[in-house]
Design a protein around this ligand. Sequence first.
Ligand code: BES
Ligand code: MN
Ligand code: ZN
Length: 503
Amino acid sequence: MTFAPKVTFSDAPKATAKATPKKSAAGAVAVAVEEGRKLGPAAQRIDAEVGGAVSRALKVSRFTGKVGDHLTLVAPSDAAYSRVYLYGVGRGLSDLQWQDVGGRLAKALNGDGEKEALVCVDLGAEAAGDAAADVGYGALLASYRFDKYRTKEKVSDKPTLKKLAVESAEPAKARKLFKEREAVAAGVFFTRDLVSEPPNVLYPESFAKAVKELSDLGVEVEVMGEKKLQKLGMGALLAVGQGSRRESQVAIMKWTGAAKTQRPICFVGKGVTFDTGGISLKPAGGMEEMKWDMGGAGCVAGLMKALAGRKAKVNAIGAIGLVENMPDGNAQRPGDVVTSMSGQTIEVINTDAEGRLVLCDVLTHVQRAYKPQIVIDLATLTGAIIIGLGHEHAGLFANDDELAERLAAAGVASAEKVWRLPLGDEYDKQIKSDIADMKNVGGRPAGSITAAQFLQRFVEKTKWAHIDIAGTAWSSKDKPTVPKGATGFGVRLLDRFVADHYG
Ligand code: BES
Ligand code: MN
Ligand code: ZN
């Protein structure tokens, strides 16, 4: 996390304190301005410290103070600050909007080459701690970079922000809240790192090795190689990996934060470290994107890091199926019939519908080994979900309404939204096979739903949800708290889901 600024929290000076520029102050300062250009106590203080430059700038600009409005001014030469950033807060911000403020400021500060900044959260005590923590969290999330393979980046292109001091009426509360959010951000960054790695570096074994590091946080990690998977009977998962030089792996991460008697929540992730399509080969254009076909597994690993990092009082199991889908003399063929761990047979019509073959065996294993109260799987499963929902929502499928509603609510609260799609017998008929228990594709109509139907055939009387993140694991444009590239989608969503309902 060398890219991330150090975030600290300080008390706002008393409103009665005389406005004298602190000569020790360094760097930039950011202040909130309400709609109608109203300056709060901190903004008035800063305005005095820079000789009224803030009020003068407001007079001659179109800045209104609406949410998202921004104005940057260069402070007068005798001021203690280099620049003053004004950010609009309208008539008050939600916690997600405070995170966006932090994200936008971090981007602006880095763009301007600022090293240090003070952010004033001009609020009364009840909300100030939360808002300050969210500003810090947003700035942290926005500062993520994956630059380990750049050797020639110009200094002028590198981020500069080292320290962000957030001033609020409740610094102690802010510090405490920020510590939890920081743990979640560390989980998000772990996911983004895994998803960003190129496929020659991140393959099943190196992925498994990376998650072993979670044992430092008290997560128990078990890694199973092909011999063990064979013994367990994971014929579907192994069939996907049999065309690869890389050995398939399943990694299990256990976090025991509650009483041992509490049945765990299991999170299952698709970890196809590269998806060529196999013998049903994908077209060359854009195939490099299939390095992030392990986004579900990356999310599960990051979530476990977040839960352990903030010592969540929950029992959680993360289980990831790690394979590489390659065409090869030993690769599976369209027409092959494979036997899954559940005993059900599958006719492989299209080797590019491999994610469900990986997930089905991991689903069977976790249900039998851990008797979970809930199973939630995440996968970059279908291109069809991008056609249906674009990049704004992930697809949600569930066999339980309460579970679906809780996930949808956690999505709204965390800015990682999901949209529920239906399941049903009529869809299930699409995956009937003439020679086996089922086939692995259901034709073009409702492609995301038939993929979910396939998974549901491996669900054994447990509450289950499936989240198709093919449209949300990677982003081609910057958002305030999510730089383009690997988004880490799902970590904040599921951390929130756990925090809201399971301690
Ligand atoms: N990994 C892909 C799905 C995908 C597509 C993820 C685009 C991210 C972006 C998956 O393995 C796949 O190839 N699915 C096929 C299924 C089809 C053969 C039934 C698809 O969506 O085309
Ligand atoms: Mn595929
Ligand atoms: Zn895939």
